[in-house]
Design a binder for this molecule. Structure first.
Ligand code: IPM
Ligand code: MN
Length: 342
């Protein structure tokens, strides 16, 4: 039986993960290990997770994570203490973030339909490499250096993953690469070069290279034209919030942090954060977490499609939805509606 590490984490994560588990328990036989790591754990232990956390996670086949972040702890402590080291240490280099405009959901872009894209974000290096430091820290003349790291291996593997995904999706058969190589003359020039070299191995896939500013504009102008979009860690982060909102709500945005080599467990999490402004009132949209659970099932070779179809059915029907989608249903009611369809 597949073993799953469950880390609800903070705020909204504590609300949506139990809902995702209700759905998963309905459709699959999985063994769960529950971990109470996160900001509450930090208040008691001075760290976000125990020293042997990665070793314990490594004993399992996948990780289901809620959200990390607390208003009373600096974000760079919480995130560098829990979420980011898991992505890096487990070499989860492909962060897969689908953005689908489901029937029954309205895009804030008037009249837009046909949005069905996946942002593939490089997830281990680039602007998130955490290479750098302070000089004269907290002095008036202080200096901070933050270096982006781009390796040929790192670019090549995520770009190849994107092309293979476009082939597997077999939809628009297009991969768009996003950089800023007109201004970032080293790392992103290397990215463009590697992209072109990998593209040559996939002659049946159409390619496009956009600068990130133009990509942001075109996500709004012609979102229906995108299929698979591949970009650096930071650009993928930014563009995947944009793709989420043009597909209706960040409350629907699921993600998978994949180690496609399967040497390490992959991690599945909603794109939204701990949402301290609305957490604890039972109104958070559980669908991003539920859809992340569906991505996990697919990764394990189980039937995530069944869960996704149930979610799509609830959205198409249109009367049960949380406030982010213009409704007034509770977190629980939305999950119940999904369960009814299973
Ligand atoms: C995300 C989040 C994280 C990221 C933050 C919380 C560090 O925004 O998963 O998109 O930037 O990767
Ligand atoms: Mn983000």
């Amino acid at each position: 039986m597949h073993k799953i590490s469950v880390i609800p984490g903070d705020g909204a994560g504590q609300e949506v993960i139990p809902e995702a588990l209700r759905v998963l328990e309905r459709v699959a036989e999985l063994e769960y290990r529950h971990f109470d790591w996160g900001s509450e754990y930090y208040f008691h232990h001075g760290r976000m997770m125990p020293e042997d956390a990665l070793a314990r996670l490594a004993e399992t086949d996948a990780i289901l994570l809620g959200a990390i972040g607390h208003p009373d702890i600096p974000d760079n402590i919480t995130l560098n203490g829990l979420l980011l080291p898991i992505r890096r240490e487990f070499d989860q280099f492909a962060n897969v973030r689908p953005a689908i405009l489901y029937t029954g959901v309205e895009s804030p872009l008037a009249g837009k339909r046909g949005i069905d894209m996946v942002v593939v974000r490089e997830n281990t290096e680039g602007e998130y490499a955490q290479v750098g430091g302070f000089l004269y820290r907290h002095q008036p003349e202080e200096v901070a250096v933050q270096t982006a790291v781009f390796t040929r291996r790192g670019i090549e593997r995520v770009v190849r993953f994107a092309f293979e995904l476009a082939r597997k999706r077999n939809m628009k058969r297009r991969v768009t690469s996003v950089t800023k190589s007109n201004a970032q003359g080293f790392g992103m020039v290397l990215w463009d070069r590697v992209f072109d070299a990998v593209a040559a191995e996939f002659p049946e896939i159409e390619t496009e290279s956009l600068l990130v500013d133009a990509a942001a504009m075109n996500f709004v102008r012609r979102p229906e034209s995108f299929d698979v979009v591949v970009g650096s860690n930071l650009f993928g982060d930014i563009l995947s919030d944009l793709s989420a909102i043009i597909a209706g709500s960040i409350g629907l945005a699921a993600s998978a942090n994949l180690d496609p080599t399967r040497r390490h467990p992959s991690m599945f999490e909603p794109v939204h954060g701990s949402a301290p402004d609305i957490a604890g009132r039972g109104i958070v949209n559980p669908l991003a977490a539920i859809l992340s659970g569906a991505m996990m099932l697919d990764h394990l070779g189980l039937d995530g499609g069944r869960v996704e179809r149930a979610v799509a059915g609830v959205l198409a029907e249109g009367d049960i939805r949380t406030a982010d989608l213009g409704g007034s249903s509770s977190t629980r009611e939305v999950t119940d509606a999904v369960m009814d369809r299973l």
